[in-house]
Design a protein around this ligand. Sequence first.
Ligand SMILES: C[S@@+](CC[C@H](N)C(=O)[O-])C[C@H]1O[C@@H](n2cnc3c(N)ncnc32)[C@H](O)[C@@H]1O
Length: 218
Amino acid sequence: MGYNLQITENIEKYIEEYSQSLHPVQKEIILYNESLGEVKKMQISVSQCYFLELIIKISNFKSVLEVGTFTGLSTLSIALALSNDGKIVALDKDIKTNQLAVNFFKKASQDNKIKTIVKPALETLQELRNNNEIFDLVFIDADKENYKKYYDYGVQLVKKSGLIIVDNVLWHGEVADPKNNGKFTNIIREFNKYVKDDNKTEQVILPLGDGFTVCRKL
Ligand SMILES: C[S@@+](CC[C@H](N)C(=O)[O-])C[C@H]1O[C@@H](n2cnc3c(N)ncnc32)[C@H](O)[C@@H]1O
């Protein structure tokens, strides 16, 4: 087996230093999240921002659906990668963090590409389904208890060969530790098995941030 690097905070900083520069408002969101203490763990990692941006650019994706906006780091990263005619619909139930996110989007002049919807995501997903909306990419990063449902909606709402990307699938590495039977570890384990057994997509887990599953709809 090849050597696998453990990504420490220092390495993450090094990645940031030697990759393309983050947009000033991406940096501002990260700084703001740091001021929140523990909650900052909610945001995706910098390498996940770069990955999302790259995949959107090389695939020329135009329409993205995001479940879990928080203060807007992943949404803004996606919007910055979209061309001017691209759009992202970003779902979250928290009106306070959503208002902060919207202010950041305006500051980065990306608000024209971003539509935020504030209510429980399952309600919006059902509405999007009823309206036969189709997206190039669905990004899932919200409450883990609903991951299977979000994934099922994702499969219905994404075009053929489109992608569903899911965050936190390695759950700090705990999913691979048989001795760990924490509630969320088990929820993520079950989710990973559910996705693996689904033949509507092909999937790969990437060790980026807290673990990204990238599913391509068949
Ligand atoms: C991990 S954070 C998202 C982080 C974000 N992608 C980023 O990079 O900053 C999860 C978000 O999901 C939202 N959330 C949790 N349960 C939800 C639900 N049932 N419907 C909609 N949003 C929900 C929370 O309010 C929170 O902002």
